[in-house]
Each structure stands twice: as structure tokens, then as C-alpha cells.
Design a protein. Structure first.
Length: 323
């Protein structure tokens, strides 16, 4: 067996049998998101090999974003390749890409929405993100000042999503496809310098690798893993603080006031999202936190969705939306 093929199969096997993922396999089936590129084709082949030995069926989900001429033909050819690999089922999911945040963000929303809706009930959806993708995600988070949660990158397991290849370089998936005789589709958008991630991939990361004499992608991925461990510990402490603060319609300011700001803001973020706030910025979250840590009788804080967070009588509450 080619080393790259063994590595991809081993990565899928470790994720599916190594612990937490096992609880999500009761449905008896997996789904694999497949774009037709090397990463997702290698993942589909590895998933088919491993899952069938575990008694699981595998469904391939091919999202057609409709952003390029001939995209429907590419999606159909990818589904046919999945049939040849031996997946139990392969489906094409046409989507409409629209909305705020630019084409990359809109395509991502449409893709994840379609995958979530099409996946069999209770099934994990395997995604082909590699160590290189993780490095790009960390750099994006750093450049945007998005905080530790973003710099911690993508989780290997974040149900329904599972990412077995986060420890594998992109070169391994290409080598696996070559060894298996698979013909990946090279998306023209992956070379389009209008997209931020493309410039990171082809300009920024190679420059960093040159200046720092190699190993940058792996180092960034290790940084993400370390931050995820820290974030999980803080999230656990924040969950305990949430109970003391009485998370619900209102929060008890006294229970939050003596906690470190990092824990307070975790509680507040979860509480505000649950209340209906969306796309919270760091500045907005810190302004809400000031209602506790820097209280001087100020007014409420307006939030996305026409909501307002305000303090009254030692309690925080969210009202709105505005009329």
C-alpha cells in the first residue's frame, strides 16, 4: 500500500474509533462532503475503506455552488467518481449563493446549510480540511484580530462535522489520489488572487516558509491545537460560572463581577447568541462586559438584530428587537 493511502485511511480510522466520535456512529452511516478536489476525493476513498470495515454506510454529498460555467457538469462527474470509488450513495446538492459578507462567506453559508440539511439523521459529515487549511485559518484569525477562539482553528470533531485530515499536509492527499488513480478537479477559484485565502496560500505562507526556514504550517497547526485545549478548559469554567449567574432571560451581575473578564465574556457571548444576537464583534462584547466590569450607570448596548443589552437592579437582560 502506498504510504499516502495508508496515512489517509489511518487518519479516518483514528477519528472514528479513537473516542468521542464513537458516540455519533449509532446512526450506522457517514456522510462525506466532496468538492471533487484532491483533499475531499482522498477523504471519500479513505472513508469508504474504513467505514465499510466498521459496518457503516457512506453517502457522498457534492455541493454545486453554481458560481462557474459548467459547475453542474463538474458536480455530476464528481458524483460519478464517488460511485466508482464504491460509496453507497452520491448526491449532488445545488445551492444559491447570496447574502452578506462577500462571495467566500456566502458560499460557505450555503454549503454548510445544504450539507447539514442533506446529511442522514445523526450522521457525522466528514470534511477534507488539511493541516494547510488549518494554518490558513490561524493566519486569517491573527490578521483579523479575531481572538483565541478563531486562532484555535477548526476542531477535528465538532458534530455534525468531523475533520480527519487536520494533521495531514495537502501533499499527502494529492499523493493518495495519484496512487489510487483518482483524477481530482482543480477549482479555478483556488488560484484566483481576488480571494484572501488564495493569497495566503500562494503568497503569504510560502514567504513565511522561506523566511522562517520551513515548518510554518505545522507550527501554526500546533498552535491551534494548544489554544483549543486552553479554550476548552476556559469553556468548562465558563459553564460553571453560567450556572451561578443563572443563565436564562437575565444574568446576576454579582455572580459575574468577581470573575476574570475572559470567563465573563465567554458567558456573555453564549448568553447573547442564545438571545438571538448574531455576528457579535469584539467591541460589542466588551461593551456588554463593561456593564459589569466598568459600570458607571451607562445606558444599554445595541446589538445586531435590533437587540439591546442593559443593566437594571443588579441584573443584565436583553430586550428588543427595536421597532
Amino acid at each position: 500500500m502506498h504510504d499516502a493511502v495508508a496515512e489517509t485511511r489511518g487518519a479516518v480510522r483514528r477519528l472514528l474509533t479513537g473516542g468521542p466520535a464513537g458516540a455519533h456512529l449509532a446512526a450506522g452511516t457517514l456522510a462525506v462532503a466532496v468538492s471533487g478536489g484532491a483533499d475531499s476525493l482522498a477523504l471519500a476513498a479513505a472513508a469508504q475503506h474504513v467505514a465499510h470495515r466498521l459496518g457503516l454506510t457512506v453517502t457522498g454529498l457534492v455541493v454545486d455552488h453554481g458560481l462557474q460555467p459548467g459547475s453542474a457538469d463538474v458536480a455530476a462527474a464528481t458524483a460519478k467518481e464517488l460511485d466508482r470509488i464504491g460509496l453507497d450513495d452520491a448526491r449532488v446538492l445545488p445551492v444559491t449563493v447570496a447574502g452578506q459578507g462577500g462571495p467566500e462567506a456566502a458560499a460557505r453559508r450555503a454549503r454548510y446549510g445544504a450539507l447539514r440539511a442533506a446529511a442522514p439523521d445523526g450522521a457525522l459529515v466528514l470534511l477534507g480540511h488539511t493541516r494547510d487549511d488549518q494554518a490558513e485559518t490561524v493566519l486569517l484569525g491573527l490578521g483579523r484580530g479575531s481572538g483565541a477562539r478563531s486562532i484555535a482553528g477548526m476542531r477535528p470533531l465538532d458534530p455534525p462535522w468531523a475533520r480527519p485530515f487536520l494533521d495531514l499536509p495537502r501533499a499527502t492527499t494529492r499523493a493518495a489520489c495519484s496512487a489510487l488513480g483518482l483524477q481530482p478537479w482543480d477549482d479555478p477559484h483556488n488560484g484566483d488572487a481576488r480571494f484572501t485565502r488564495v493569497r495566503l496560500r500562494h503568497e503569504v505562507l510560502p514567504l513565511l516558509e522561506d523566511v522562517l526556514r520551513g515548518g510554518v504550517a505545522g507550527a501554526l497547526a500546533r498552535t491551534a491545537a494548544q489554544l483549543r485545549e486552553d479554550a476548552e478548559a476556559l469553556d468548562g469554567l465558563a459553564a460553571e460560572l453560567s450556572v451561578r449567574a443563572g443563565v436564562g432571560a437575565e444574568l446576576d451581575v454579582a455572580a459575574l463581577s468577581t470573575a476574570p473578564p475572559a470567563l465573563r465574556r465567554r458567558v456573555l457571548r453564549s448568553w447573547l447568541l442564545e438571545a438571538g444576537a448574531r455576528e457579535l464583534t469584539d467591541a460589542q462584547l466588551r461593551s456588554v462586559d463593561d456593564l459589569i466590569g466598568a459600570w458607571r450607570g451607562q445606558g444599554g448596548v445595541w446589538l445586531p438584530g435590533g437587540l439591546e443589552a442593559e443593566r437594571a437592579h443588579g441584573r443584565l437582560r436583553v430586550t428588543g428587537p427595536r421597532r
